[in-house]
Every structure is written in C-alpha cells, then in structure tokens.
Ligand binder design. Structure first.
Ligand SMILES: Cc1cc2nc3c(=O)[nH]c(=O)nc-3n(C[C@H](O)[C@H](O)[C@H](O)COP(=O)(O)OP(=O)(O)OC[C@H]3O[C@@H](n4cnc5c(N)ncnc54)[C@H](O)[C@@H]3O)c2cc1C
Length: 423
C-alpha cells in the first residue's frame, strides 16, 4: 500500500504518532495491549501501575489534549509529597533544600561543603557536576550513594549528560533556610502533577487509543526491519511493506533487528547500556505510617532506591483501610524475585510503613530496559546509531527509541514530532 507508515511499538510515543498521522498507518505492538510502560494491573482490589507514573505536562497542546480529551473529567491535581529516608529520619525532597531534622554533623558537612565547593571545577562526569554545584557534603550524604544505587556504577563513570538538568540547585540562602527548617516546599520540576481519578495511569493510554483511528495491531512483534526493501517481518512470519517507518522500541533492539546494518552500527549499539528495574508491589493494611507519594532511599543498607505509595496519590488505588507500595530495585542482569520481595518487606517494616510481613498482596515485576545508562560511551554510540537510521530514512521516537531519560509527556511529544516530520 503506497504511502503507508508502519509504527513499531504501542507505548505513548507510538500511539501519539498514530494519532497525529490520522490515517495510512499500521501500528504494531508486541504485547497483547497497548500502553507500553503506561499500564495498570488490578490485583485483589489494589491497582498497580507498572511502577508510579505521575503526569507532568508543560506543552499547551498536550495539556489541552490530556485534560479535555484523553483524561477529560478524570484528573486529580496533586501537590507532590516526596520524601527522603536517611539516617533514620524522614526529610523533604530535594535533599539540598531540606536538611532540617538530619543529624547535626550531616547538616554541617553539607553546609560547609556547599560554601567551600569549587564553583569553577571542570565537569567531566556526574561526580564533578555534583561537587561543583552542591559540594562534598551533599555528594557524600545523598547524591553519590543515591545515583550509584540507581545506576549501578560510580558517579565518575556517569557522563555529565546523566541528568544534571533535573537537579534543583540551591542558593546559600536556600541551603541555610533548609537546614533551619524554613524552606519552601515546592522546589523542583515536579511540584504538582496530574493523575487519573479512575483506572490508574493506563487510562491515559486508553484515552489516547480511543483518539486513534486506524490499524492498531497487538500481539504483533516485529522481528526484523529491512530499510532497503521497505518491509518489516513479524514473529509470526508475516511481512508488511512500508513507505515510511517510525520505531519506538529500544535503540539497541532496533540495531539488532535491522537487516544489513553495518558492523560499526551494531558495535555502537552494543555499547548502549541500561539498568533494569524490578518493582515489588505490596498491598497492606494501613498502619498509619509516614505519608508520602514517593520517597528516596540513598543509604546502602536499603537495597531499593525508591518507594512509591500509589494509594497516597489516589486512595481509589487501594481498598478502604489499606495502602499500597511500589518498592523499586535497580539491577543489571538477572535477579531472584523472591529475594527482592523479602527485602522489600523487611525495608517496609524497618521504616514503619507496614506493621509486619503479613501483607495482602506481594508480587514483583521487572522492567528489563528502564533507565538508560549515561556512561562515557553513551553520546558517541547513540549518535552513530541515530545517524545511520536517519540516513536510511528511519524515524525513531520515545524514551527508548531516542535512548534518553524522558517523561510520558516527552514520549507523547516525540511521537507527535515524528509524525509531523513524515508529513
Ligand atoms: C521506573 C520508571 C518510572 C517512570 N516514572 C515516570 C513518571 O512518574 N512520570 C513520567 O512522566 N514518566 C515516567 N517514566 C517514563 C515513561 O514511562 C516513559 O517516558 C514513557 O512511557 C515511554 O513511552 P514510549 O512509548 O517511548 O516507550 P514504551 O512505553 O517502552 O513503549 C514501547 C512499546 O514498544 C513495544 N515493543 C517493544 N519491542 C517490540 C517489537 N519488537 N515489536 C513490536 N512492539 C515492540 C513494547 O511492548 C512497548 O509497548 C518512568 C519510567 C520508568 C522506567
């Protein structure tokens, strides 16, 4: 069929691309329902997203589409309550604005380190970035252990692209006021967010799908993409021709599926690394423990890096009198789910979030490609693969197609942009 576009991947990026194209496309999704990471499972009255997904929308057109169409009448606006648990104390996120309550020595380390930081330090890696902008105390007590737990490498091994732009930078006044308990609460890029009243975050993907008219196929896994012959082959052997193609699956997976990709491109793709995340989902009776939407755990004694509490964002996500938690572990390579479930329960008991290990729901799910690793090979390897795809006339979109750290809104925007470029 001339003019037909094939879109590979039915997450937000693929769906947004399909909506923007409007016609003459086939969207191929490997799983049995669309949404990608934006899906919600209901288990014994608890709704679990595929880990916490809170919606921040800045683009005016996206805000309008989300609030007036895809989630019309179905939005809660939530004031963020993000905490940090460290040295036995709950403090407010971001750490650098809220030292109050921590041990005096930690506060002194952070304040003195901030004052004495070298604001001219050259930035060759994430460690330099943190030391230059926040100083040694913040680095040692929060930024280094947290990032190293999340990315499973040292901050020296992370390149400056790793996410410094998301880190709120305080003034000395902010640090001192935070140490004295006089800080403002609403610091950072996500001080308020949207979340669906009903249906969990998957209702966003469903709303978007209902705005897509065209050929959306599920259980359609693409095995190979042949740019020269303009066709894709599915796992069931079927071949589909295309005039144009938009890929939203992970960039390394694209490279391995490309027919006749040069060895240099395959080699570059093999340098692209990511960490996996296993989320332990817990449904429990509410024991009145600390309230938060999500909390960060920098200390090595906790093997998880973050705990979300979905039912605190929207009580409809848990039965009356209950609370839900999503305990997130990052890893590279295989893990033993039962061990992580046990560690999650131990951690929840230790922090006073559940009374005992006798919970109502406990299960674990793994996201194999969760966080792109911004190591020193990242920029060159990514550019090599993207340049080759561009030269073949192949568009990529989405968090994993573009191989970046980005949000749901970014995925929607990049899908829209890919469609507009095709047009
Ligand atoms: C732990 C974690 C927490 C997050 N929290 C937030 C948050 O709070 N707020 C926020 O805005 N964003 C959050 N995000 C980011 C958000 O999930 C992503 O930006 C967004 O969902 C990416 O959408 P996508 O379409 O680009 O990719 P995906 O959702 O990964 O979609 C890609 C699709 O391609 C399909 N696919 C893969 N291979 C094939 C194949 N061979 N053939 C056909 N189909 C295939 C997959 O099944 C999938 O459906 C989070 C991400 C993670 C990992």
């Amino acid at each position: 069929m001339p003019g037909r576009t094939v879109i590979v991947g039915g997450g937000l990026a693929g769906l947004s691309c399909a909506r923007e194209l409007g016609r003459d496309f086939v969207l191929l999704e490997a799983e049995d329902r669309v949404g990608g990471l934006v899906r919600t499972d209901v288990v014994e009255g608890f709704s679990f997203d595929w880990t916490g997904h809170w919606l921040h929308a800045r683009d005016p057109e996206m805000r309008e589409l989300i609030s007036s169409r895809w989630l019309a009448g179905n939005i809660l606006e939530v004031q963020r309550r993000a905490l940090i648990f460290s040295e036995g104390v709950w403090t407010t996120f971001p750490y650098q604005f809220h030292l109050h309550g921590l041990p005096a020595q930690t506060i002194a380390d952070c304040v003195i380190g901030f004052v004495e930081r070298d604001a001219e330090r050259p930035v060759r890696n994430a460690a330099d970035f943190v030391l230059r902008h926040l100083g040694e105390g913040f680095a040692r007590h929060f930024m280094f252990p947290y990032n190293e737990k999340l990315y499973r490498v040292s901050c020296e091994e992370l390149s400056p692209e790793w996410g410094g732009r998301f880190i709120p930078r305080p003034s000395l006044t902010d640090v001192v006021r935070g140490a004295l308990g006089l800080s403002r609460d609403e610091v950072g890029y996500n001080a308020t967010f949207w979340y669906p009243r009903n249906g969990g975050i998957e209702s966003l993907a469903r709303g978007l799908l209902s705005d897509v008219s065209g050929d959306v196929r599920v259980s359609a896994r693409v095995e190979s993409i042949d740019p020269a012959r303009h066709h894709v082959r599915l796992a069931n052997g079927e071949e589909l021709s295309f005039e144009q193609v938009v890929l939203t699956i992970p960039l390394p997976a694209i490279a391995t599926r490309l027919v006749n990709a040069p060895p240099a491109v395959r080699e570059a793709a093999s340098w692209l690394q990511a960490v996996s995340v296993t989320v332990v989902e817990i449904g429990a009776r509410d024991n009145g423990g600390e309230r938060f939407h999500w909390a960060y755990f920098p200390e090595a004694r906790f093997p998880f890096y973050r705990i979300g509490s979905p039912s605190q964002v929207n009580p409809a996500l848990a039965p009356d009198g209950c609370r839900s938690f999503a305990v997130e572990f990052s890893h590279r390579g295989p893990i033993e789910k039962e061990r992580l479930i046990a560690q999650a329960l131990d951690g929840l008991v230790e922090c006073g979030l559940i009374a005992d290990r006798d919970v109502l729901v406990r299960r674990a799910r793994t996201i194999p490609v969760a966080y792109v690793l911004f190591d020193h090979a990242y920029a060159k390897a990514r550019a090599t693969v993207l340049d080759y795809l561009s030269a073949q006339g192949i568009q990529v979109a989405g968090r994993y197609g573009l191989w970046e750290y980005s949000s749901m809104e970014d995925a929607l925007l990049s899908g829209r942009e890919a469609a507009r470029k095709l047009a």
